[in-house]
Write a protein that binds this ligand. Structure first.
Ligand code: FAD
Ligand code: EPU
Length: 281
């Protein structure tokens, strides 16, 4: 998994599959479920900390052409779950369709962004992928293809009630925009985040969710933890809610830093930080 996650951490998956299409996906997930082997869907691996010992699961990556097409129909766009967010934003800009520009700076895929309800804070407002979702095609609990409306997906801050459902494709409802304006928004979103976040070393972005009305980064920073190292993992000097892998860090190193940050913030502010990243083992 270290080669498949942006953290560059994690041992092997028990099984790994890259199905060519939905029928193959149904076949392999059907077998895994009958054998009681958990199925974990991997997007770009940008929000995952996998255990050093690997994970006892079938890991499925939906990066075949059947899962990576994007097509516009008027002001609607249908994107496969394996489409990288930067490609989706660039495609929409080219077509003169606005609303998803903020996704360009998030290093995930459409499926991962739905599962996490990926978003950003833009001045005083929050932008999240859920705001533009019209419907999603999923493999449901019975391994059948089904269409889900947003209210059936249970979107909340950095979460979605997908359960074991697997996102196959998503339809977005967008607004007409001048392509040049859309491209300049993309450039602006990218520049702003690179100025305040740590993109120089492997990480999984923000490790903790923000507590209501505050920022986990600010809280960890104010405990004086920026730059603190355990093993080869380090609390970023640029953004305290990023933990970076300075080279061959272990998942144990990262978990130990997370424990330290939680305990210091709890001691000082009586706030319990909750992880945003998904722990796979
Ligand atoms: P993965 O990390 O591969 O998976 C995340 C979760 O989604 C897992 O539970 C996985 O099983 C599930 N999943 C993936 N695909 C599917 C599917 N097809 N069906 C069902 N479940 C699926 N996030 C933000 O919201 N805002 C940010 O500004 C932001 N900035 C970041 C900056 C950096 C430098 C990094 C490294 C990460 C950042 N992130 C940010 C976190 C991350 O990029 C997002 O959570 C992203 O949406 C994860 O997408 P992914 O494809 O990488 O998913
Ligand atoms: N701050 C500090 N010290 C730090 C980091 C931040 O004092 O080390 C302060 C900043 O100065 C600012 C405030 O905290 O006043 C908020 O910081 P920032 O604008 O960086 O936003 P954030 O709340 O830390 C959230 C998201 C990010 C997203 C940014 C920008 C969460 C957990 N994080 O970060 O998402 O990119 O806003 O919109 O919601 C992610 O989810 O992985 C992620 C990176």
């Amino acid at each position: 998994m270290s080669g498949l996650t942006t953290f560059k951490i994690g041992g092997p998956a028990k099984l790994f599959a890259r199905p060519a299409d939905v029928a193959q996906l149904q076949e392999i997930t059907g077998v895994a479920r009958r054998r009681k082997l958990p199925v974990l869907v991997l997007g770009a691996g940008s929000n995952i900390l996998c255990d050093d010992a690997g994970c006892n699961a079938l890991v499925v990556r939906l990066d075949a052409p059947a899962f990576t097409t994007v097509q516009a129909f008027g002001t609607r766009v249908i994107a496969g779950s394996g489409v990288p967010l930067a490609r989706l934003a660039a495609y929409c800009a080219r077509k003169g369709l606005g609303g998803l520009e903020f996704l360009a700076g998030i290093p995930g895929t459409v499926g991962g962004a739905i599962a996490m309800n990926a978003g950003i804070r833009d001045k005083d407002r929050t932008r999240q992928i859920a705001d533009s979702v019209e419907c999603a095609w999923v493999l449901d609990y019975n391994n059948n293809v089904a269409v889900c409306m947003p209210e059936e997906l249970g979107f909340a801050y950095r979460s979605c009630a997908l359960g074991r459902r697997i996102v196959l494709a998503v339809r977005f409802s967008l607004k007409r925009i001048d392509p040049a304006k859309s491209n300049s928004r993309i450039a602006d979103f990218r520049a702003r985040r690179r100025a305040s976040q740590d993109w120089s070393l492997p990480s999984a972005g923000c490790v903790f969710r923000n507590p209501a009305g505050d920022s986990a980064g600010r809280l960890i920073d104010s405990c004086g933890l920026k730059g603190r190292r355990i093993g080869r993992a380090q609390i970023s000097r640029r953004h305290a809610n990023f933990i970076v892998n300075t080279g061959h860090a272990s998942s144990a190193d990262v978990l130990a830093l997370m424990k330290l940050a939680r305990s210091e913030v709890n001691k000082r502010y009586h706030i319990r930080l909750e992880p945003e990243i998904k722990l796979w083992k």
